[in-house]
Write a protein of this length. Structure first.
Length: 828
């Protein structure tokens, strides 16, 4: 609930005309909602029904079916470590989330042909996983004789297709739960409640907000017997509750407001879980390389002149930049797919001009289409019947930035197809990427939730349904349309799309950002927890508005946010309209210099980040990982949400408080070396690390070869003459069992966009009587893009070095400290 003041600010900012519209729209929403909610509430208030007693079990292909007195259960093995559980009655989910839907017989990518599932009494087993079905419908999932997960008999309310299920699990006392997509309240879900309902919290949110834009029905569980992941394939709104208050100790409940109860249960270590989950729901393709650079944005860059000035500012201050986002200000009266002719008279010219400086343009697109009979997009949409309708067939309208707006029904294949084509003029004008906002979707409301009526109709691939069922899918399917448009209209380039909302499978189409966080230290702190949670829910690309969206961060807060985001996939400053300007130089010295060094560091890290992006495209592993990723069996690491791993090799421990000069962190096993000073710390212990204004603690895992590039955007300068800088951190020799070789790093390279093949270089470290040597093994379908390789030995620990024999240039400087690297790298 907004406070009175917030409400007042909102009213004043909206103006009297819009306010009237909002009042009318909200009243209309309530009118449509009333009968719908009455039925829904009545159904959800019914006493819960249990499946009853198990009557019979019968094997089916790859699984078994179980008939209960009041319900039917089907369990299918999709792989030896993955089963699909379906409880009926209830509406079957449309297979939107699945990458290869719905014909499992045709084979999920990771499914071995024909999993041997054996039904014996009430036990269904594969070689890896055993599902035990109790006479009352409780399910036990066992692996290697250990009980991994226990579902209490689920309950349901309502009849037939209107049935709505509640899943209930029993948890181990030490068990930790993660995931559920984007939320802020907690990292570990134990003890908290979350609603799965895509919601715009409205311009500003803090650590108590729930829900926000992109909840995802994915839960990862970790306990002393192992780990598992459950994906609930059900887009209906749901309430998750894991508090001791109203439950038996140790239980969680997930109450869906509709749909059959279908979930996928996967076992394995976290990396394996995400590999399986993304094998099922898809992996992101490689992003274009530029998108991993720095982006500048602001709600309030109002004209081409504004944007030119921003770009010029970056050059003037010698700050590298890869992209500028154009917020809703560029449109003609907030009409999507239009460009204001006065303020942006020559968008193609602007795009070309910026491209000469290596800067890409990204434009925002909202789903709401202004109701205006003289506006082409609106006319077309009406003509082909692409918009959502009210139950009586009238156009469903909401109020967003353009005023009255119609909402494309992205659950309609024809509407998606039409929408996909609308991006053409933007691409023709030279726009490189698209930013999808407002796709939960909200509709400004005078009271209650900011949303359309639940009774609004949707096509749902021809099966028909309402907004209650389709709402959580809306942003996801808008992204699908946008992504398909990019593929179709610009087949030679990779799509790049960032979206505020989405659903399971989202990672196939779009990145995600945390959006309207408050510009406060608490806002900064919650950013990482949110990103770790979405990472574990299958969405590997995420990042914040640096500095927070609403409010004006003081210099130190902005700097800390900037430093954190240097190590996050999405690296963008953005702020709300009416805030103070926030280009990275506005805070003056000493901040500009520190920011410049972080920008350069980010560009140097590109080969490493791009390799992580490639790994994500192969295995679904998120770029940003919680510390427990390195040692999931260590419960002491589970709760840590104030530090993170970037890939395997880097550990980042951000600063969260003003004036911070040190912080502690419990390190995962291994030896960890300070990136800046080469100080070595032993893992498995809590260490205290120095924090300065200039630098966050960043550690490199010993046993790494860290590939670094040049400190400017890849588009800039002399491509033929680039140097690859390999920073070698040999492990302690005594930690190598024998004279063995270790794989210490990977490097993926390709053209940075398009669909030609790439190459992988793998770096091995070997300890011989003469010392360390690094060798390279290549898998090459693309020429080595570097003209020179320099090797830097970080050998405080192992000072003996020897040049390698495979063409890597020997290190001319045997050991070089990080400090020296803030100088131009050319000088030896
Ligand atoms: O109602 O386009 O989260 O990044 O600047 C606000 C204006 C709509 C919300 C996004 C924000 C963007 C803003 N948008």
């Amino acid at each position: 609930m907004p406070s009175f003041n917030e409400a007042l600010t909102f009213i004043v900012s909206q103006g009297p005309d819009r306010l009237l519209r909002i009042l009318r729209s909200t009243r209309n929403r309530d009118r449509l909602d009333r009968p719908f909610l009455a039925t829904l509430r009545k159904r959800l208030a019914e006493p819960p029904r249990t499946p009853g007693r198990l009557l019979r079990a019968a094997p089916v292909q790859d699984g078994a079916c179980f008939d209960f007195e009041q319900a039917a259960l089907e369990i299918i093995f999709l792989a030896e470590d993955m089963v699909r559980v379906s409880w009926k009655p209830g509406l079957e989910p449309l297979p939107y989330a699945l990458v290869r839907a719905p014909d499992f017989a045709a084979g999920i990518e990771t499914r071995p042909p024909g999993v041997k599932a054996t039904l014996q009494g009430d036990k269904l087993t594969s070689p890896l996983l055993e599902v035990q079905v109790a006479p009352d419908g409780a399910l036990g999932f066992w692996r290697g004789g250990l009980l991994l997960h226990q579902q209490v008999a689920p309950v349901f309310r309502g009849e037939g297709p209107a049935a709505a299920w509640t899943s209930q699990a029993r948890l181990r006392p030490e068990e930790a739960l993660f995931g559920l997509g984007e939320h802020v309240r907690s990292f570990n879900l134990r003890g908290s409640t979350h609603r799965l309902w895509n919601t715009d919290p409205g311009g500003r949110y803090g650590p108590a907000a729930d829900p926000i834009y992109m909840p995802l029905p994915v839960i990862m569980g970790l306990h002393s017997q192992g780990s598992y992941l459950t994906f609930y394939e059900n887009p209906f709104p749901a309430d998750f509750s894991c508090t001791p208050a109203d439950l038996e100790a140790g239980e969680y409940q997930l109450q869906f407001e509709g749909g059959m109860l279908r979930y996928y249960f996967i076992t394995g270590a976290p990396d394996r879980l995400l590999e399986r989950y993304t094998g099922l729901t898809g992996r992101p393709g490689l992003p274009p390389l530029w998108s991993l650079g720095y982006h500048q944005s602001r709600w309030g860059y109002k004209s081409a002149a504004d944007i030119r000035q921003v770009a010029a500012g970056f050059r003037e201050h010698n700050l590298p930049l890869s992209a500028i986002s154009m917020d809703i200000d560029y449109m003609r009266g907030y009409r999507v797919f239009t460009v204001d002719p006065e303020r942006f008279p020559d968008l193609p010219g602007l795009a070309r001009e910026l491209a000469d400086h290596g800067i890409h343009l990204v434009t925002i697109i909202d789903p709401g289409v202004k109701v205006d009979p003289s506006y082409e997009v609106y006319r077309q949409g009406l003509e082909i019947g692409a918009f959502c309708k009210e139950p009586d067939g009238r156009l469903a309208q909401g109020v967003v930035w353009p005023g009255w707006a119609a909402f494309p029904d992205f659950t309609d294949p024809a509407a998606r197809d039409w929408w996909a084509g609308l991006y053409q003029p933007l691409f023709e004008a030279g726009i490189s990427g698209i930013w999808h906002d407002m796709n939960e979707p909200p509709s400004f409301s005078a009271w209650g939730e900011t949303r359309l009526s639940l009774a609004v109709k949707h096509n749902l691939e021809g099966s028909g349904g309402d907004h209650h069922q389709a709402h959580n899918l809306y942003g996801f399917l808008m992204n699908r349309a946008g992504w398909e448009g990019q593929r179709r209209l610009r087949p030679e380039r990779r799509p790049w799309l960032i979206s505020r909302s989405g659903w399971a499978g989202q990672q196939r189409y779009a990145w995600n950002w945390t959006a309207d966080t408050e510009a406060s230290w608490k806002g900064l702190r919650m950013t990482l927890r949110t990103i770790l949670g979405t990472s574990l829910s299958g969405q590997p690309y995420n990042g914040p508005d640096i500095g927070g969206f609403s409010g004006n961060p003081e210099a130190e807060l902005y700097l800390r946010w900037f430093q954190l985001a240097t190590f996050l996939p999405f690296f963008r400053t953005h702020s709300a309209t009416g805030t103070a300007r926030r280009e990275p130089w506005v805070y003056g010295e000493t901040y500009t210099t520190i920011i410049r060094e972080h920008l350069r560091l980010r560009y140097r890290l590109l080969p490493y980040l791009y390799t992580l992006a490639w790994q994500a495209s192969q295995s679904g592993a998120p770029l940003v990982r919680p510390l427990f990723w390195a040692q999931p069996e260590n419960p002491a690491l589970w709760e840590i949400d104030d530090a993170f791993l970037l890939g395997d090799q880097l550990l980042v421990a951000p600063a969260w408080e003003p004036g911070q000069i040190k912080r502690t962190v419990l390190l995962p096993p291994g030896q960890w070396v300070d990136l800046w000073t080469d100080t070595c710390y032993s893992g498995g212990t809590e260490v205290t690390l120095p924090v300065s204004l200039e630098r966050l603690p960043v550690l490199v895992r010993l046993g790494s070869v860290l590939p670094l590039g040049k400190d400017t955007p890849p588009e800039i300068g002399d491509q033929e003459n680039t140097t690859l800088h390999l920073h070698v951190y040999p492990p302690r020799p005594e930690e190598l069992a024998t004279e063995g070789e270790i794989l210490a790093g990977e490097l993926f390279s390709d053209a940075g966009d398009g669909y030609d093949t790439g190459r992988v270089d793998r770096f091995f470290l070997r300890h011989t009587a003469q010392g360390w040597e690094v060798t390279r093994q290549e898998q090459a379908h693309y020429p080595f893009p570097f003209s020179e390789v320099r090797v830097y030995w970080h050998t405080d620990i192992s000072p003996i070095t020897r040049p390698s024999q495979d063409g890597l240039k020997p290190a001319s400087v045997p050991s070089r400290r990080w400090e020296d690297l803030s100088q131009p790298l050319q000088s030896d």
